[in-house]
Design a binder for this molecule. Structure first.
Ligand code: PLP
Length: 415
């Protein structure tokens, strides 16, 4: 007898090849064959320089390489080094922690780890949380992994403007049958659209949730996934929206997924933090307790070297300033690439989602897989999403950007 599967029933069939990494693999093969200057590899969301080489922040590299062996190799506490948690909290709020709120935090392996814990610990078994139709795929994968359900809400209306209408309707409907509702917002520089929610967008959604929270039997959980914030604009202006978190009732909890991957260009070192905002101290304590437990039960502790790195950077203002300035140059390079692409897309009539900033520009498309294959024939490698083509403009050297929109438009037109 030949067994069909050895997995437990809940695991059977999961784990199809990841579209991002398989397209990236094809891009690499083409680079080896034709040379990197002849291949546009816009697959993975990493920052590359104008030669197409992986970028690091030199200041970050120097501190990391100079850390003593024990700081690199030893265990970190399960909840994270205290100095790291303080540093991460400082990086998150930068003086904008809303009045009358408590916060607590635990270290996680990147933003992914924080999102995992939120979906696991704050969505009831078998219940549904809300994500926008345009979203980062792992939200769904994590939900499947921990046996939770999700529902998609419309993010842009027919005119391409950001909308909260559908989200509110769905939240209301879910709250008729569920006692809690969790929603994930990835902003600024949303992956994949590049959209940044305005202060008014945040005020509107928080006013709505405060209204929902008047029913004290309901629990409202808001996740702010801030992965791309350091490439999106002025750090203060990007944090003024947090005023919308003032005066929250105790049954609203805000969770913040902080990632060092993009902010310090250390994607592979897997470090970040999950923090919260609440008007109730006991909710902040509980947050720390349950998420520390989940750390222990999922991956144990995080990478001590990466935690010490952030602590060293934040405690030295001159060093932090130097790294911020280095990152600013990369941000300007990214802005230049995006500006060329967005302008030329407008000129050739290529429809894109409303990009404001960040690593990705996304083009709605019907047969995205077919189009990605056609683009690959022209040595342009992209990620096909369910209903769009995603360009990681962060990974495309500036010299390759002029004319790219036209090349893409021609492929779309001929498909
Ligand atoms: N959220 C979004 C939208 C992302 O695109 C990413 C990384 O690609 C993350 C969170 C978290 O990344 P990491 O786990 O590397 O911090």
């Amino acid at each position: 007898m030949a067994v069909k599967t050895m997995t437990a029933s809940h695991a059977t069939g999961k784990g199809k090849p990841d579209a991002s990494f398989s397209s990236a693999g094809k891009g690499k093969v083409a680079i080896a064959k034709y040379g990197k200057e002849n291949v546009v590899d816009a697959t993975l969301g990493v920052l590359k320089d104008d030669n197409g080489d992986f970028l690091t922040l030199k200041g970050v590299e120097k501190i990391y390489r100079n850390l003593p062996g024990n700081e690199l190799m030893d265990y970190a506490p399960i909840e994270g080094l205290r100095e790291f948690l303080d540093a991460a909290t400082e990086c998150i709020f930068q003086g904008h922690q809303p009045k009358n709120t408590y916060t607590s935090a635990v270290a996680t392996p990147g933003g992914t780890g924080g999102i995992h814990h939120m979906i696991f610990n704050y969505v009831e078994k078998g219940e549904t949380f809300l994500i926008p139709e345009w979203h980062w795929g792992p939200y769904r994968e994590i939900a499947t992994e921990v046996e939770k359900k999700w529902e998609l809400y419309q993010m842009f209306d027919e005119k391409g403007n950001f909308t909260l209408k559908d989200l509110k309707e769905r939240a209301k409907r879910l709250l008729e049958t569920q006692d809690s509702i969790m929603t994930i917002f990835n902003t600024p520089a949303h992956n994949p659209s590049g959209y940044t929610m305005t202060d008014e967008d945040w005020q509107e959604i928080m006013d709505f949730y405060k209204e929902c929270a008047k029913d004290e039997s309901k629990k409202i959980i808001v996740i702010w996934d801030m992965a791309y914030i350091d490439y999106a604009g002025d750090p203060d202006e990007l944090r003024t929206f947090m005023k919308a978190f003032e005066d929250m009732p105790e049954n609203i909890l805000v969770a913040i997924a902080y990632s060092m991957s993009k902010s310090y260009l250390i994607y592979g070192m897997r470090s970040g933090a999950l923090a919260c905002l609440t008007s109730a101290k006991h909710v902040a304590d509980e947050f720390e307790q349950v998420n520390t437990y989940s750390n222990r039960a999922t991956w144990s502790n995080g990478s001590r070297g990466a935690q010490r790195l952030l602590a060293e950077i934040v405690k030295d203002p001159a060093l932090k300033k130097q790294i911020d300035e280095e990152r600013l140059q990369y941000k300007e390079m990214l802005e230049k690439r995006a500006a060329i692409f967005v302008k030329e897309a407008g000129e050739v009539g290529l429809n894109i989602l409303p990009y404001k900033s960040g690593f990705f520009i996304t083009l709605p498309a019907k047969d995205s897989a077919g189009l990605a294959e056609k683009l690959a024939e022209d040595n342009i490698f992209v990620i096909p999403l369910a209903k769009a083509i995603r360009f990681a403009i962060s990974a495309v050297p500036t010299f390759q950007v002029p004319g790219l929109a036209k090349r893409v438009k021609d492929v779309f037109a001929g498909h």
